[in-house]
Design a protein around this ligand. Structure first.
Ligand code: GLN
Length: 194
């Protein structure tokens, strides 16, 4: 089985662990650099990116995570995880850092407050039918993609909400909350291929 980690500092860790386990992966909770060093891929969960950023620095994980991403480790980020993968933030809070690696600019809370959270059916050509049931919870949006970044899904108004760049995969929404497993399968295929 492939061995993957879920960054377990804050956020919806359990939902990702459940899906990855159901798909046959061996799953490790990552809170320390030695745990990160023992996995072949990493999921960055949804949650609060400012908190995950601070905790990752406090736990000495930021440098190792950046190094692992530069070295080509497959990573799948959902929501706050997309923010953490972004090279640039349109509106990070003062001092907010990201791991980076994904050549995009991301706007946090792009759809408004928690109460404006919504679910929708998204066509994702790379995943085929049926459409993806996607939950957007105080979600970010990708506002600019670098040349090597493939947009995988957009809302009707053209807002990009899922992207891929080599071993990196990121969604502004939470497939782990709606029973959708195809993004996690795609991530695990990247891990197996790496
Ligand atoms: N708005 C959150 C942030 O900026 C992300 C929300 C989520 O992960 N559901 O980190």
């Amino acid at each position: 089985a492939v061995r993957v980690g879920v960054l377990a500092l804050q956020g919806d860790v359990r939902e990702h662990v459940r899906i990855l386990g159901a798909l046959g992966a061996e799953v490790v909770l990552v809170r320390r650099p030695d745990q990160l060093a023992a996995v072949d891929g990493l999921v960055l969960p949804g949650g609060e990116s400012t908190v995950i950023d601070k905790l990752s620095r406090a736990f000495g994980l930021r440098g190792p995570a950046r190094d692992a991403i530069s070295a080509g480790m497959p990573v799948y980020g959902t929501c706050a995880g997309l923010i953490l993968l972004a090279d640039r933030l349109a509106d990070g809070i003062a001092g907010q850092e990201t791991f980076g690696g994904l050549d995009v600019t991301v706007r946090r809370n792009a759809f408004g407050a928690q109460t404006e959270s919504f679910e929708t059916d998204l066509r994702v050509a790379a995943l085929g039918d049926p459409p993806v049931r996607a939950a957007f919870i105080r979600a970010p949006a990708v506002v600019e993609c670098g040349a090597g970044v493939a947009p995988l899904a957009a809302l009707d108004d053209g807002t990009v909400v899922a992207v891929e760049q080599g071993p990196l995969l990121a969604t502004a929404f939470h497939p782990e909350l709606t029973g959708e497993t195809r993004f996690h399968r795609r991530f695990l295929e990247k891990v197996a291929a790496a």
